[in-house]
Structure formats: structure tokens, C-alpha cells
Design a protein around this ligand. Structure first.
Ligand code: AMP
Ligand code: ZN
Length: 110
């Protein structure tokens, strides 16, 4: 846990949030500033700064994040209509919270 990390604090319950899904390794909650009708964040419980910091040992959590995104897309009824999965990587890539997270974005009107 990084003491100044917002997502570590959310994971620990130190900042209030509603988890749509949680297991031993990750949590899912709604983005506070949604860019689409459905905008979820899939966040590993363990602090990893960004995609740049992933190692071979992290392959399991990355794959779990993507499989969870797929499952949440079903739950949020955007599977069929389609959605985006997005990792912003470091400042130039638009990352503002330096705790790994996967955006699930969708639900636009046709
Ligand atoms: P990124 O630009 O990829 O680092 O995305 C960080 C995302 O976290 C942004 O879309 C923010 O709106 C979102 N965010 C920041 N603080 C919170 C919070 N307390 N709860 C939910 N989402 C948040
Ligand atoms: Zn963190």
C-alpha cells in the first residue's frame, strides 16, 4: 500500500466507494467523472504504478482484470452494443492516478 495513493485508500475503505464487484485480487467501482453512461474502473488491490511496471509475474492479475471487465460488461448490459477497455499509461498517456486500473467505457446511445 502506498500511503498517498487514492486507489489504495479506496481498496482499504479509507475513501468511501461502492464496489460493484470485489474478489481477493481486485475491485470494480464507477468512475467519479464518467466519460460515458457506463464507466467502470477495474483496480487490482495490490499497488502497481502503471503498465510500465508490470512484470511476467503480473500476467495473472492483468488477465483477471480483462476477464473481470468482460464479466462487468455483461452485468452492465453493454456486451452486445460494445465498449472500450483502456489503460492510460503515464502522464503523456493521460494517466493521472498512478495505481494500475483498466477503464471499461460504453453504453452510448445508438
Ligand atoms: P486515469 O486518467 O487513467 O489515471 O484515470 C483515473 C480515473 O480515476 C479518472 O477517470 C477519474 O475520474 C477517476 N477517479 C478519480 N478519483 C476517483 C474516485 N475517488 N472514485 C472513482 N473514480 C475516481
Ligand atoms: Zn495504490
Amino acid at each position: 500500500m502506498e500511503t498517498d495513493c487514492i486507489f489504495c485508500k479506496i481498496v482499504k475503505g479509507e475513501i468511501p466507494s461502492t464496489f460493484l464487484y470485489e474478489n481477493d485480487n481486485l475491485v470494480v467501482f464507477r468512475d467519479i467523472n464518467p466519460h460515458a453512461p457506463v464507466h467502470l474502473l477495474i483496480v487490482p488491490k495490490r499497488h502497481i504504478r502503471s503498465v510500465n511496471d508490470l512484470t511476467e509475474d503480473d500476467a495473472k492479475i492483468v488477465s483477471e482484470m480483462i476477464m473481470t471487465a468482460k464479466m462487468m460488461a455483461e452485468k452492465e448490459s453493454v456486451s452486445k452494443s460494445g465498449y472500450k477497455l483502456l489503460f492510460n499509461v503515464e502522464k503523456g498517456g493521460g494517466q493521472v492516478i498512478f495505481h494500475l486500473h483498466l477503464h471499461l467505457i460504453g453504453g452510448w446511445k445508438k
